[in-house]
Design a protein around this ligand. Structure first.
Ligand code: SF4
Length: 322
């Protein structure tokens, strides 16, 4: 797969821990939010990243973005290690690699007209003349489906959907190569969700974007992503083509997760697995396989040996018995 192409983003044994401190400020342990995770994202694809809340998917996105510094491991973007760059050099990468948390419209400054919000990133990050900026802003506004007349409006004069489009336009003014979308449809009703997903798709085509799509909504991930990575307690347990993973999930956690998704008009993916209880705390990761405390197939070896991701049936699975 992808013979000849190089990954746009490559994570190698990425680790991000947070210290846990007692009332006296003494460190008493670590939260292992991202725990030795490796992953490649290819140019032009949409990779879905799923898992229960607290599995580390947002921490992973924020570590890639430079919001958190990696505790260990490498982040390679377009062939260059960016995880340990000095702040100034890291900011230069920010143009190419953008992060959208939930609603991009929510980050608009209420005191600024749309025109100001869209020109500002270009003023900071480029040397374009005013006329060039105006051309660029006009083109991007049209691409997100808004007329020029909206340039003169304040955010409160726009609908929620229009604010979202302006927020996205603001990100696109920098012509990023990759956008990490963190729960981009959360809080939207189904009809608005469909138009937002359509917008993401048309933006991807128009601007040759690569997406990492972080979501707990498996139905949305299935609709948007050609590949899916399933995360559990800071690491990836299954990674492969979305259609194949949904059709025949191989890791017991993936099977449990998919079994919990209701299917309207179709059969459920699995009937025999139900996910019980809460995941263990990332402060207290179980020995061996980290899913063993909830796994219906657990054996003795699972407590002793941590299963590594290995190729099974055309995808990568971390289970001794997959
Ligand atoms: S390695 Fe063992 S505990 Fe882990 S998922 Fe596989 S069967 Fe379950």
């Amino acid at each position: 797969m992808n013979a000849g192409a190089a990954p746009l983003l490559e994570l190698v044994d990425l680790v991000r821990y947070f210290p846990v401190r007692n009332a006296f400020g003494r460190r008493t342990g670590w939260i292992r939010a991202v725990d030795g995770l490796s992953l490649a994202v290819w140019p032009g694809e949409t990779l879905g990243l799923v898992g229960e809340s607290g599995c580390g998917k947002s921490t992973l996105g924020k570590t890639v973005m430079g919001i958190y510094t990696p505790t260990a491991g490498d982040i390679r973007f377009a062939g260059r290690e960016i995880g340990h760059l000095p702040a100034r050099a890291r900011r230069a990468v920010a143009r190419d690699l953008q992060y959208v948390y939930q609603d991009p419209g929510a980050s608009l400054d209420p005191r600024w007209k749309v025109v100001h919000s869209l020109h500002e990133p270009l003023k900071i990050h480029t040397r374009l003349s005013r006329a060039e900026r105006e051309r660029e802003v006009g083109a991007i506004l049209a691409a997100v489906g808004l007329p020029d007349a909206h340039l003169d409006l304040y955010p409160h004069e726009l609908s929620g959907g229009q604010q979202r489009r302006v927020g996205l336009a603001r990100i696109l003014t920098l012509r990023p190569r990759m956008v990490i979308l963190d729960e981009p449809t959360s809080g939207l009703d189904v009809s608005v969700q469909a138009s937002v997903l359509k917008l993401f798709r048309s933006m991807q085509e128009a601007f040759a974007l690569t997406y990492v799509f972080i979501s707990h909504d498996l139905a949305v991930v299935r609709a948007m992503c050609a590949r899916i990575a399933v995360m559990y307690l800071g690491t990836i347990v299954e990674l492969g083509d979305t259609a194949a993973v949904f059709e025949t999930p191989r890791h017991p956690y993936t099977r449990s997760l998919l079994a919990a998704v209701p299917r309207i008009g179709g059969r459920r993916v699995t009937l025999d697995f139900v996910l019980e209880g809460e995941p263990p705390s990332p402060r207290d990761v179980p020995s061996g396989c980290r899913f063993r405390t909830r796994c219906p197939l657990v054996q003795d070896v699972c407590a002793r040996e941590e299963p590594r991701l290995r190729e099974v049936d055309g995808r990568a699975v971390a289970c001794h018995f997959a």
